[in-house]
Design a protein around this ligand. Structure first.
Ligand SMILES: [Zn+2]
Length: 313
């Protein structure tokens, strides 16, 4: 194989969106989607994790660090047992960054909504397994606190996307996480392309652990989804266009990669992987990813992969 085709997490959202509608229409649509999905999150999915097991006790607390959006970098204590380990879960994209825009049966699906749905389910599972979980975001928002100058015509600027990714890595560090898992979905111009890909960074002192984590997650996903196994890839093999010349020179995923002065000053300090379980540009895979049953299968597989990683099996 020549290399992965994933549109990975450091690619500017504008470059990955399919064209076809006017900017004004897209902005209006995006605003409507932001509102409806925010309401849906408040009313539905997030109730799962916000409901305190002991009545009024706070369920989540925000990690103390500067530059965070409300609801970003939230810590959840275990609900049963104590493993002593913290899992950092990063639902990719959010807020003005929809990630991949896919469609199934004429209905639009946004990567940012599906990554949050999967991460929310996985959080419930991991807490019950005795893990503390820190989620980079628990709502349809960015992780970094953004201002008006961070978006143009409803889309985040490249520098805002960069700052958001850097803030996610900083959150994982501030959380003292044992492991970092970033959840994304994939896209490609040819809608017949599908399958599962997972990335890790080979340029870290803990690269062998990251690769073991990525391999466990990839295997569990392929087994659970019956998807095409597109393989585990080092993130420096990515051919996707980078945000800026600095990003292109960097050649790594910002959340997983090493220090680069002025670009990644506070790199993640724990083994990590970025999963792309399915392609949202493939109608059959988008349908599976958008279904509650499909999201439960993905979350269950990620739990299995993490368990294999932690137990060394
Ligand atoms: Zn993504």
């Amino acid at each position: 194989m020549a290399g992965p085709i994933a549109k990975a997490g450091h690619v500017a959202p504008r470059t990955r969106r399919r064209q076809g509608s006017s900017p004004l229409f897209r902005t209006a649509l995006l605003l409507a989607l932001v509102l409806t999905s925010a309401l849906a999150v408040i009313a539905g999915r997030s109730a799962l994790i916000f409901k305190g097991a002991q009545g009024s006790a706070p369920v989540a607390t925000q990690i103390a660090m500067s530059g965070l959006q409300p609801g970003a970098c939230m810590s959840f204590a275990p609900t049963a047992g104590r493993s002593g380990k913290t899992v950092f879960l990063d639902p990719g994209h959010g807020g003005l960054d929809p990630g991949v825009v896919g469609a199934t049966a004429g209905v639009q699906v946004l990567e940012k909504d599906l990554t949050l749905a999967v991460a929310t389910r996985l959080t419930v599972m991991l807490r019950a397994d005795g893990y503390r979980v820190v989620m980079s975001r628990i709502a349809d928002s960015s992780v970094a606190k953004l201002s008006a100058s961070d978006s143009i015509s409803g889309a985040l600027t490249a520098s805002a996307v960069h700052r958001d990714l850097v803030t996610r890595a900083a959150c994982a560090n501030a959380a003292g996480a044992s492991v970092l898992l970033s959840i994304h979905f994939d896209a490609f111009d040819d809608s017949s392309v599908g399958g599962t890909e997972t990335f890790y960074d080979p340029a870290r002192t803990f690269a062998s652990q990251s690769k073991r984590l990525a391999t466990a997650l990839q295997g569990a996903l392929v087994t659970a989804l019956g998807s095409s196994d597109r393989g585990v890839w080092a993130d420096d093999q990515l051919a996707a266009p980078a945000l800026t010349p600095s990003g292109s020179t960097y050649g790594h995923l910002i959340e997983l990669g090493p220090t680069a002065a002025g670009w990644v000053d506070n790199p993640s300090r724990m083994p990590g992987a970025l999963v792309e379980p399915l392609f949202l540009t493939n109608p059959d895979e988008a349908k599976l990813a958008a279904a509650v049953s499909g999201q439960a299968r993905i979350a269950g597989a990620l739990r299995t992969g993490l368990e294999q990683y932690f137990t060394g099996t």
